[in-house]
Design a protein around this ligand. Sequence first.
Ligand code: MEV
Length: 314
Amino acid sequence: MGRGAGFGKVILFGEHFVVHGIPGIVSAIDSTADAEVKKNVEGIIVNDERKGANGYAAKKRTQQKESIERMLRTMGIDPKKASLEIWLGGNLPGFSGIGASAASSVAIARAIAKEFEMDLSDGRINEAAYEAEKAYAGNPSGIDNTAATYGGLIWFKKNLSGGPNTIEKLNIREPVEIIIGNTGIVADTKEMVAGVAARKKNNPKKYNPLFKQAEGIAFPARKALEEFNLKKVGKLMNENHHLLRKIEVSCKELDYLVTLAREQGAFGAKLTGGGGGGCMVALTPRKELQEAVATAMEKEGFKVLRTKIGIKKT
Ligand code: MEV
């Protein structure tokens, strides 16, 4: 049997913009999707035992099947002839927006590589997971699978000419508490990504300046993280959320949680991932602030993940 794991992630800056070549900043979190793969069964069987949220696994099943087939082809295995039993678990909940699909793809790719005794570098695992991501996101940037493969805090820029993407590890002084608040709405990343691309194409006058502004946030955000200027990081997260609203990927539940987090003293808050539901992230340095923001959301019935960015072991 082969085993593998992939990190969950939180995008701090640049989701959606990153698909179009604007730099983004992502942090792995300390929760993983775990996979086990066994050969020698009939066809491909998937036992998805991840902790789902409102039917996450059920809604993603068709995309998951396509993603596994794409991954197998990239790894030189014919999906029509493959005989595999795949188990999925781990402590990364099935919330939309925290890289559950990419984490599971990395976990499965690593487990298949072990079971088939392939000696694959992280780069090859990342490629296989990127191919799998296309089933979930249509035209993904690659930021999610990169975080799921390598972990840590990453500066990412997609190479739009097809060459290697820019992937740089960022260092911060110490890990910082965040909360991830889940609207409970399972979102379709593919639809969200395609929607932005269509609106950008149809309305360049509105969209191009917004993309320029997103680029203008990414660079100071990197500097603020590296200088550990958390107030500045929070302020830029707020600005990033404003842009995400303008490109129409937020929704009233996300805006509600973002406002609630800010009212409770979060340094900054924004949606994270594809939007249209899914999750938001709030920067809540120190345990007390993290707890205050998390509790306020939980009191209203929302599910919350308490975690940190910049954790060394991820
Ligand atoms: C999804 O987590 C992030 C998006 O930017 C899509 C992508 O980059 O592939 C919305």
